[in-house]
Design a protein around this ligand. Structure first.
Ligand code: ADP
Ligand code: NA
Length: 306
């Protein structure tokens, strides 16, 4: 039972500022922190801390010191990083300004994350070992499709179609190779190209075995064929909601892997149970600052769910 996450890995450079600067303006930050980020790496950490499954991360970093440090941090978390390649690019970087009210402005330089659009043989071997492949769209769509094609017979492909812009351009090809689609409300509307959530759900659910639409503090909607159920969010006081969705996706994937079931055995109960695990972990994550650093362990989640 293993989860293989193919995706982005970034260094997040986070400056605290009194307010977001206007064009042409220079402001002094009150603090600066560098942390691990990127949807792919965040989801791998969440899957690993959920326990119950081996986790590997497949991605690309640059030849700079940041890349080596990010790779080492994942390894220290117990994640297999044999599928992380070094490319002649800068490591992906997110420049994040957070103002006094918690509002942020973010610039992402994809760097190494955008450098390759197919797996190396070694990366392909890691993907082939997965019982659950988990992907997102901060890497080239072609790389996601290559990964989906490289997964073994009976392995799940869980696609978190975020951000939504690349998904819209390759939707049908991606969905044809997806078992479970996870989107937030905004991404569901964008992906389906409609204005009402019900229409988006109907449209997206037609082509995948399982669909999960996350709704922030309103929980999520789980859909399998003609059946659907709502999974409520836990009531918490949010401190930092960055990475809530990443925690949710990683933990859901780990729960599917731990179930030992194959995608042709998916049903509403299995998917809703996995979503409940994701909801508990992500609720805890929003009560803590940061994204990757905020992901709870399975023991912390178990205590929280009691
Ligand atoms: P994204 O971060 O991708 O936009 P959402 O905001 O929909 O994703 O959050 C994903 C999941 O995290 C939700 O379905 C919910 O279970 C949980 N979550 C998010 N925000 C909160 C919150 N304020 N309180 C409790 N749970 C939350
Ligand atoms: Na957080």
């Amino acid at each position: 039972m293993s989860v293989v996450v193919v995706g982005s890995i970034n260094q997040d450079v986070v400056a605290r500022v009194a307010r977001i600067p206007a064009p042409g303006e220079t402001l002094l930050a009150s603090s600066l922190v560098r942390t691990g980020g990127g949807k792919g790496a965040n989801q791998a950490v969440a899957a690993r801390r959920a326990g119950g499954a081996e986790v590997a991360f497949v991605g690309a970093v640059g030849t700079d010191a940041a890349g080596a440090a990010l790779r080492a941090a994942l390894e220290a978390d117990g994640i297999d990083v044999s599928g992380v390649v070094q490319v002649d690019e800068v490591t992906g970087t997110a420049l994040i300004s957070v103002d006094a009210s918690g509002e942020n402005a973010i610039v992402v330089a994809a760097g190494a994350n955008a450098a390759r659009d197919s797996l190396t043989d070694a990366q392909g071997a890691v993907v082939a070992s997965a019982s659950v492949l988990l992907t997102q769209l901060e890497i080239p769509v072609a790389l996601v499709r290559d990964a989906a094609a490289a997964r073994g017979e009976g392995a799940w492909h869980v696609l978190n179609a975020a951000p939504s812009a690349p998904f819209a351009s390759a939707r049908d090809a991606l969905l044809a190779a997806t078992d479970v689609l996870i989107v937030n409300e905004h991404e569901a509307l964008e992906a389906a190209g409609v204005e009402a959530l019900d229409d988006a759900v109907a449209e997206l659910a037609r082509t995948v075995r399982g669909l999960v639409v996350t709704l922030g503090s309103r929980g999520c909607l789980v859909v399998c064929g003609d059946e659907r159920t709502a999974v409520p969010a836990h009531v918490v006081t949010p401190v930092d909601t960055t990475g809530a969705g990443d925690t949710f996706c990683g933990v859901l994937a780990a729960a599917l892997a731990a179930s030992g079931r194959r995608p042709d055995a998916v049903g509403l109960d299995l998917l809703a149970d996995a979503a409940r695990a994701g909801a508990a972990a992500s609720a805890l994550a929003v009560t803590r600052p940061g994204a990757q650093d905020a992901v709870p362990t399975s023991d912390e989640v178990a205590a929280f769910r009691k």
